[in-house]
Design a protein around this ligand. Sequence first.
Ligand SMILES: [Zn+2]
Ligand SMILES: [Zn+2]
Length: 361
Amino acid sequence: MTSVTAFLYTDTYLTYQFGPGHPFQPKREKYALDLLQELHVFNGKAKHLEPPPATTEDLLAVHTKEYIDYVQRMCDEGHGYLDSGDTPATKGLYGGALSVVGGSLLGAKLVLEGEVDHAFNPGGGLHHAKADRASGFCVFNDIAVAIRYLQKSYGLERIVVIDIDGHHGDGTQEIFYDEPILTISTHRTGIFPGTGYVNEIGVGNGKGYSVNLPLPEGTFHEAYLHAFTEIIPPLVEAYEPEIIISQFGVDGHYLDPLVGLALTTKTYEEVSQIIHDLSHSFAGGKLLVVGGGGYSVQAVARCWAIMFATISQALPEESEERYNQLFDRDFHLKEKRVFDRVEDTVKRLKERVFPLHDLES
Ligand SMILES: [Zn+2]
Ligand SMILES: [Zn+2]
C-alpha cells in the first residue's frame, strides 16, 4: 500500500516565539524540516506543504471571543504576559499563533479528504491552552480546534488524542472532560501543570474518556514502552477511532532541561511505529501528528525527523547511514525502583479505566 505523509511548515511559525532567552524556540521545527530534506524523504511518499493561517472564526469553535481579542490586543502592544508568567505577549505572536493552528487544521483536512494518509504539524500540539486562557507557552489549543473542525465538517464522533508530551495535556483534557473524546496523556508527574493523575477520568458523557498515565522522574525506555503498550493499544482498539491525533511533544527526552524523564530517540522511534500501526489497524490509516514541548533544540529536531521518517516510510536506502546518526548513543539509566513505580501506576490505571471500556484489567 502506498501512502503519503505531509510535513506542514511555513516560516510564519517562527513568529510563534517568546524571545531569545525563552525555552520555547520555534527554529527546532525548521531544523526538523532541514534534517528531513537532508535525508531526501520528500520524494513522493512524503511532501512538504505550507499551511495558511487559521481564522478567528476557526478559533471561536473552542476559544471565547473575549480571550481571542485579549490575545490580539496584548500582542499588538507587545509586552506583559498572557498567563501568570510563562507565556509572554510578543509582537507578531498572534499571527504566529494563527499560523500554527492553521497547520493542524490543514493536516486534519488533508487526512479526512484522503489527500494524504498522515500529516505532521510540528508547530502544533499546544495542549495547555484552555478555552479562555493561555498557559505554559500555549496560546490557542490547535488540537481542540482541529477536533471541533473534524466534528463539524466531517461529522466525526470518535477521535482519540494520544499525548506523549512530558507534561500533562491539561488544556485538551479540560475542553473535552465531559465528552466521549478519548484523550490519553502520558507525562512526568509532580511538575507543571500539576494535574494528570490516574483518578482524573472525565465526567458525565466523558466518564472513562480522560486517561492519565503519570510517570516518575527518570522513567526510561523499557519502563515507558511497557506502560505505553499495556495501556494505549487496548484502549484504542476498544474505542474504534475514526482518526488518531498524536501530540508528539518530545520534552521527555533525557536531554530536555525542563522535564526529567529519560526517554531516548529509540523510544520515540518505537512509539511512532506503534502509533502508526494503530492508525492502520483501527483508524483506516488516518493519523494527524502535532508537535508540542521540547527544549533541547537539536534533540527535538532529531526526534521529530525520526518520527516523520517512521510514519512516512519515505526514507530512501541511501540515507540510512545518515539516519542512523540521528540516534542517541547508548544511554543507560535504568533503576528498578522506577520500573516498579511505573508498573504500579499501570495497574491502578487499568483497574480504574479498563472496565469502563469493557476491557479486563
Ligand atoms: Zn511539555
Ligand atoms: Zn502509514
